[in-house]
Write a protein that binds this ligand. Structure first.
Ligand SMILES: Cc1cc2nc3c(=O)[nH]c(=O)nc-3n(C[C@H](O)[C@H](O)[C@H](O)COP(=O)(O)OP(=O)(O)OC[C@H]3O[C@@H](n4cnc5c(N)ncnc54)[C@H](O)[C@@H]3O)c2cc1C
Length: 414
């Protein structure tokens, strides 16, 4: 164990991976995550293995890193926490604000009594993985005790006495020798596209579908909780879009959506799936065979639909141009899945200001350039804060960043 301390901002797969790598070298890590749970976006993804064969979607790798990080003695985890100020005088002094935790992760045994007995929908939050410690959190906007003290059923009925609804905010000061920014990405919000997201019940994003498959293993139509007969995927929502000035390809969406489509066909073969796309981004060395299999199961349509309308029975009417006849066709689907892209993390600008990092015009941190990670300064970056990348690429980048940090802290090795 060394006396060196690294502060990692962001507890997604990049932050988890770098934490574990550094901790394994005997370096002390403080991992700051602003949400209630570690794992970032990818902890909500379902395993997409089909015919009992791994399709390398990466979901299990995130679980593994989360499990390693929460049990590592060299990693101190600060969830519900955000950096407020950073100054440097030799070491970094970092002021961190921590929200009340309410549920003691050391005492909670995940019995679910709090969640089962809570009368307010959405007041008890839960992580997407059993490896999330704590597994439960409290949503102050929905909790009746935090509104007007009218209910404290969870606190009274918790057999472990793990709940303290009177907990207050706290402050934490970290002294770090290096800082890693791993704040990830912001999923594109499709509300401003003409696809009815947030307006029509049966329009989901690929992130919503990932979580549905992880939690229930089956697809259901939100309006009636029944399996849909027809699903349409629409690709490139928020990516390769000149009107939005998002000219980049998000790189992960084709793989993610096609793997989900194939998984659904295996589990619910009666569902008819159409896939609207501009072109298909290749992924992985097994792509060719995978894509052949997908084309047998899924109707691929090279077109991007225009506006979407809802019918009286909450089905979705889609218009699109048939490429071969140049006719406009209209079809009805039960469920629409929007393949949303990767956009820059909202907090990048503020953190870049605090740490003197350069942002590209796109809003991602300009990775790989001299300005991006000035190792002399002890500031490093990893993961999708740098731009679109998949889980294996994120993990590889986080491993490299951990190695660079170790070299920076001790040029002659540990
Ligand atoms: C719809 C969709 C499907 C995908 N499917 C796949 C797939 O099947 N396979 C695959 O390999 N990849 C997939 N990806 C890509 C994958 O999600 C990313 O590669 C991975 O999540 C990147 O991890 P990350 O740690 O860089 O970022 P994130 O997952 O975004 O994690 C960043 C973390 O930082 C935290 N954070 C942000 N700001 C702050 C702050 N100021 N202070 C503290 N914490 C902060 C966030 O709360 C979050 O927990 C998909 C992406 C999308 C959009």
């Amino acid at each position: 164990m060394t006396d060196k301390n690294v502060l990692i901002i962001g507890g997604g797969v990049a932050g988890l991976c770098a934490s574990v790598e550094l901790a394994n070298l005997g370096i002390h890590v403080e991992l700051v995550e602003k949400s209630d749970f570690l794992g970032g976006h990818a902890i909500g993804y379902a395993c997409k293995a089909t015919r009992n064969t791994c399709v390398k979607c990466g979901a299990c790798m995130v679980e593994e890193k989360l499990k390693n990080a929460v049990s590592h003695p060299n990693i101190k985890i600060l969830i519900g926490s955000q950096v407020q100020k950073i100054s440097k005088n030799g070491r970094f002094t970092v002021n961190i604000h921590q929200k009340p935790q309410y549920i003691d992760s050391q005492k909670c045994n995940q019995c679910a009594i709090c969640s089962d007995r809570c009368p307010s929908d959405g007041a008890i939050l839960n992580g997407f993985s059993k490896n999330n410690i704590p597994f439960y959190g409290i949503n102050p906007e929905k909790c009746l005790y935090l509104k007007d003290t009218s209910c404290h059923i969870c606190r009274d009925e918790c057999p472990e006495k793990a709940i303290n609804l009177d907990e207050k905010d706290s402050k934490y000061v970290s002294q770090a020798d290096a800082v890693l920014v791993a704040t990830g990405f912001q999923p594109f919000s499709p509300v401003d596209k003409p696809y009815g997201y947030g307006l029509f019940k049966n329009v989901l994003s690929t992130l919503d579908l990932e979580r549905m498959l992880k939690q229930t293993a089956r697809v259901k139509t939100p309006s009636d909780n029944k399996p849909p007969e027809r699903i349409a995927f629409i690709q490139c929502v928020g990516s390769r879009d000149s009107k939005l000035n998002h000219l980049w390809c998000s790189k992960v969406c084709c793989g993610s959506a096609l793997r989900m489509a194939r998984l659904i066909k295996e589990r619910q073969p009666d569902i008819d799936i159409s896939f609207f796309y501009i072109d298909v981004q290749t992924f992985g060395k097994d792509f060719e065979q995978f894509y052949k299999d997908v084309q047998e199961a899924v109707r691929m349509i090279r077109a991007i639909p225009g506006d979407i309308y809802e019918t009286d029975s909450q089905k979705l009417k889609i218009n699109f141009l048939d490429n071969s006849t140049h006719e406009t066709l209209e079809e009805i689907f039960d469920l629409l899945v929007l393949s949303i892209g990767i956009t820059p993390c909202k907090d990048s600008r503020e953190l870049a200001g605090m740490l003197d990092l350069k942002l590209a015009d796109s809003g991602f941190v300009s990775a790989g350039t001299e300005e991006a990670s000035d190792f002399e300064n002890g500031v490093f970056t990893a993961g999708t804060v740098e731009g679109p990348m998949n889980i294996p690429e994120t993990m590889a980048g986080a491993g490299r960043a951990a190695w660079d940090i170790a070299k920076y802290l001790k040029p002659n090795g540990f």
